[in-house]
Design a protein around this ligand. Structure first.
Ligand code: PMP
Length: 389
């Protein structure tokens, strides 16, 4: 039996760059201790108070079908949060609760792209982006951001590809670079969207992890609310990666259609998970700060370890749980360096090449192991890099 073209070509062929990750997992299975700085997930688990709220909701009977668009109180809580953080008038009719940010990325693109439409996104990119765009039938087109610009995309380069395109996907704070887009960058992006009538899909799943600069939501820029879909998630902000809950904030007419889509795909998010999310959002900023704190500390550790040497440079670590290191001074590719580091030092990192072509010669380091292990790993990484030059 022939499977669909769409599903069999989803990954687009070629190497997805996860070889180092898989190799490190094999080494761990063989009993070799590896410090893993690969996957973007907290080293803490979901807060016990959130789990208690989840448990109480489930025991209390919230285990049946939940409302497909999301429960009214949770949609309202998300709308309030968004309005408070951005100043953009937002009601629950602007909100769809989704099973995580990834599902929201897929649905958002399905809402705005038809089969064969060009969907733009920025390289370096979060690994799932190209296949997500292909899955909705769009044609993915990268726009390079450059190391010399600290990976802030240039509006004129987006404009070059914008004619005839349907949408642009951006992500700030950014995975993999750790960069937060500046107001100038976002103004430039908004200009291109207005000029070329593009939908903007803004992936803001790291919006509570800002170490430098400020998080600006492009939906708040002039005339942008009507063409912007914001993707949010409880995964990173509340260490709820396994709970699979997030949202889309968009124009009411878009949400209405997305509710129809949800009815025919996910059928909503479990009620007890929604209740746990509502509880977490009720705790608000203090809990978000507590959950983000380890990454903020490790960023400081990284600045300390990297100071006073010139072999391993870093992209300004402004947000999210990642540190992007420039190891081009060693003469190796990101892949070559990551592989050699894993072999020699048993430290696993992600080659920049896993995230497109723009971050070649770089490494993404997830700041997701305890402070001592993180400092030790970075110190050994720097010494290893020095030994190559
Ligand atoms: N966007 C980005 C940039 C991410 O890094 C991730 C998770 N690593 C997601 C979206 C999806 O997150 P989730 O589905 O857990 O909300």
């Amino acid at each position: 039996m022939e499977q669909s073209n769409k599903i069999t070509t989803l990954l687009g062929g070629g190497d997805d760059g996860w070889g180092i990750f898989l190799k490190s997992r094999r080494m761990i299975d063989e009993g070799i201790p590896v410090i893993e700085l690969t996957v973007g997930e907290h080293d803490i688990r979901t807060h016990p108070d959130i789990l208690k709220a989840m448990h109480n909701a489930a025991i209390g009977g919230h285990t049946g079908y939940a409302m497909v668009p999301g429960n009214t109180d949770l949609r309202q809580a998300v709308a309030t949060r968004v309005q408070e953080r951005t100043g953009v008038p937002t009601t629950m009719d602007n909100v769809l609760i989704t099973p995580g940010g990834q599902s929201a990325l897929f649905s958002s693109h399905l809402a705005v792209c038809d089969e064969g439409d060009t969907a733009l996104y920025i390289d370096p990119y979060y690994a799932t982006y190209p296949a997500t765009l292909r899955a909705v039938g769009a044609i993915p087109q990268t726009i390079p951001a450059h190391a010399v610009d600290n990976f802030q995309p240039r509006a004129e380069e987006i404009a070059k590809h914008a004619a005839g395109a349907k949408s642009l996907l951006i992500n700030s704070p950014n995975n993999p670079t750790g960069v937060v887009y500046s107001r100038a960058t976002l103004n430039g992006i908004a200009d291109v969207c207005r000029t070329h009538d593009l939908w903007l899909i803004s992936d803001e799943v790291y919006d509570t992890q800002i170490w430098q600069g400020e998080h600006i939501c492009p939906r708040a820029l002039p005339d942008m609310a009507k063409r912007t879909l914001v993707v949010g998630s409880m995964s990173k902000s509340y260490a709820m990666t396994g709970s699979r809950i997030g949202w889309i904030v968009a124009p009411v007419a878009v949400i209405e259609n997305l509710i129809n889509l949800a009815t025919h795909t996910t059928y909503g998010v479990p009620g007890f998970i929604q209740d746990a999310a509502l509880y977490a959002l009720g705790r608000g900023a203090p809990l978000e700060v507590e959950i983000a704190a380890p990454f903020k500390r490790r960023r400081e550790i990284a600045m300390d370890v990297l100071a006073g040497q010139n072999v391993v440079k870093h992209v300004p670590c402004m947000g999210a749980m990642y540190l992007m290191l420039d190891i081009r001074a060693t003469g190796l590719t990101g892949e070559g360096f990551a592989d050699a580091l894993l072999e020699a030092e048993h430290i696993a990192t992600m080659p920049g090449e896993s995230f497109g072509t723009s971050a070649a010669g770089h490494l993404r380091v997830a700041m997701t192991v305890n402070d001592e292990a993180f400092r030790e790993a970075l110190e050994r990484l720097v010494e290893f890099a020095k030994s190559l030059t």
